[in-house]
Design a protein around this ligand. Sequence first.
Ligand code: PLP
Length: 356
Amino acid sequence: MSRMFVPGPVDVADEVLAAQTKPMVPHRNKDFEAIFRSCDERLRQVFFTERPVIISTSSGSGLQEAGVRNFANETVLSCVNGAFAKRWYDVAVSNGKLTDKLDVPWGETIHPDQLAAALKQKKYEVVTIVHNETSTGAVNPVKELAQVVHQVSPDTLILVDAVSSLAGDKIEFDAWGLDFLLTSSQKCFALPPGLAFGAASERAMKKAETVKFRGWYFDLLLLEKHRVKDSTPMTPGMSLIWALDVQLDRMLAEGLENRFARHAAMAKTTQDWCIAHGMQPLAAEGFRSHTVSTVQNSRGMDITALNAFLKTKSMRIANGYGDLKDKTFRIAHMGEITLADVEKLLAAMDEYLKTM
Ligand SMILES: *Cc1c(COP(=O)(O)O)cnc(C)c1O
């Protein structure tokens, strides 16, 4: 069996791939509506929320766009500590929002005091935060950041991208007081790419009513109007929803806590191995991702050659992202990957290091 230790798209179980071959049905139809409703109900468990979870036929970036279009008329503060956080900033700017950046060096995380200071200086309608920065393997302390927003600027809505962590790490939408939480299908959910899931708070949906030019495709009020009828305004990506239906059952059969523990164990094993071999994770201790380890390539491995070697064993890892290419490498341990898979990879990397 081949294994891709890359942060999306990840390996999909055969059973889930096969579910996509189920025949199409009319989407304004009871059979479809029942499955669509049941997916929403099970997604709420994964999001730790009693709010509905919107299923969007788009990738996660589509819901980044939905976030800024629906919840801000003008002002956005983007917390930027890596490539995907920077993308959300770019998305906000390109949608015409007056967007400021709270910048920290890549690999670092946003400190609650920094966010508090920025919110005291200026009023923002929304703040955007990436939970698990896939480029750097650093995890922002979203729970603490949300607390600070509630204290310092209670009207500011808290928008969180958990594309590479939700369903692999525990993120509690209701308990943490978040306003919008989005993720994609092709990372920790271990589904094919093409779906995105998002929960919005009641107060955020109220705010959306006052926001002009929300667009059509990602108008969350329009999506909600149809969701209450277990439907979508446009034709949904039906084959992907058949796959989601099967995968949610598999995830809940594993048990969410077991799933989170599996990801934590894989991260610890990977990061301990790297440290023992003289290569430090980029993020500081306490802020290291459970789903993707970004590690400094201090031994000067040729990542292309390493991947060619791993390919002979039907495995591959990811190079660093953007400017971090070759300076870091990334081992994703998410979705269907098991601790046994990680151990097999690390044994192969051991073998590779000996040939250097
Ligand atoms: C992959 C990723 C994205 C982009 O998601 P798409 O589904 O490719 O649009 C956004 N944010 C983070 C943190 C990611 O890892």
